[in-house]
Design a protein around this ligand. Structure first.
Ligand code: DAH
Length: 338
């Protein structure tokens, strides 16, 4: 039996030395010293030995078992060490790498232009006023000298909610709202969202405008020209050419449209300015006496000017965008560029 045991021991050691993975080493260990392993069957044979030999044989078996166990444990923990070392190199954190930046949000280009327009007029002493987007026909049209049968109502395709209520078609509606509760002198801008039944590459049913007006004794057309010239120079640059053209709006008399030199071709003529070298940028005029009478201002005492401009149109020109709808699709790749 002792001889058989020595053979087993040799076999076990050589099996262990050939185990090249942790798993194989564990299998070898179980095969020899597991509950149903080789050593266990030696122990079973113990009972069949003559009484005098049992003690020595028992001790020999235990020694063999201890030896195998020790070697197996040594091997297993060396596999554990190696695995840990491997993980330390592969999982290593390089503290010298630059950190990952959290993506930074930006203001929408329409908001950016809105903010610049507001900042310029704040600098010129204008206050900011707001009005409702769901508006009364009265403020959107009537009070602006546009009675129900006025043909100029066709200039703006209106979303009506009922006979008297509509989605405002322009921020001009804020004009009579402010004037009926405040007395001159007034210097006010009214930025906001407006709605028209219109949709193509230069029109969306919802867009943004800034209305502005100044009312006091002795406000003249030259004030209108001075303030708007100053504004456009701040917005588009000091060298930007500007011209005033006669026009018509029911709420102003006289009325004008203001053009700037084409920002794309600098005036030589291109697709954007349709060859004219000029871009229409806002509508303006001296506030109509009828509008003053409606809000109970005496047109003999007060005069004033008003203007209105479209924010998306300015954003398109400033950023060189040729399709208005891009502003409202909110594709992050588009928005990131501004
Ligand atoms: N409300 C006009 C529009 O939506 C713009 C406008 C033109 C406003 C002339 C004014 C103005 O105050 O005087 O097209």
């Amino acid at each position: 039996m002792i001889a058989k045991l020595e053979n087993l021991l040799k076999e076990a050691f050589s099996d262990l030395s050939r185990a090249d993975t942790r798993e194989k080493a564990a299998q070898v260990k179980t095969r020899y010293i597991g509950r149903k392993g080789e050593i266990a069957s030696f122990l079973k044979e113990l009972g069949g030995l003559p009484a005098g030999e049992r003690k020595a044989a028992g001790e020999a078996i235990n020694q063999a078992k201890d030896a195998i166990e020790k070697e197996a444990e040594r091997l297993l923990s060396s596999f554990d060490e190696r695995e840990k070392a491997a993980r330390l190199t592969t999982d290593r954190v390089d503290v010298t790498l630059p950190g990952r930046r959290a993506p930074l949000g930006k203001r929408h280009p329409v908001t950016q232009v809105m903010d610049s327009v507001e900042a310029i007029f704040s600098g010129l002493g204008f206050d900011i006023a707001e009005g409702p987007e769901v508006e009364l026909d009265y403020y959107n049209f009537e009070a602006l000298n546009l009675p129900k049968d006025h043909p100029a109502r066709d200039m703006q395709d209106t979303f009506y909610i009922n006979e008297e209520v509509l989605l405002r078609t322009h921020t001009s509606a804020v004009q009579p709202r402010v004037m009926e509760v405040e007395r001159p002198p007034l210097r006010v801008i009214a930025p906001g969202t407006v709605y028209r039944r219109d949709s193509d590459i230069t029109h969306t049913p919802m867009f943004h405008q800034v209305e502005g007006f100044m009312v006091d004794r002795g406000v003249r057309f030259s004030d209108l020209k001075g303030i708007l010239t100053q504004f456009l120079h701040e917005l588009f640059g000091e060298d930007t050419g500007i011209r005033f053209r006669p026009s018509f709006f029911p709420f102003t008399e006289p009325s004008a449209e203001v053009d700037i030199r084409c920002v794309i071709c600098s005036g030589s003529g291109c697709r954007v300015c349709k060859g004219s070298g000029w871009l229409e940028i806002l509508g303006a005029g001296m506030i109509h006496p009828e509008v003053f009478r409606t809000v109970k201002y005496d047109p003999e005492e007060y005069t004033g000017f008003a203007f209105g401009l479209g924010i998306e149109r300015i954003a398109m020109l400033k950023f060189g965008i040729d399709d208005l709808r891009l502003f409202f699709e909110n594709d992050i790749r588009f928005l990131r560029q501004f």
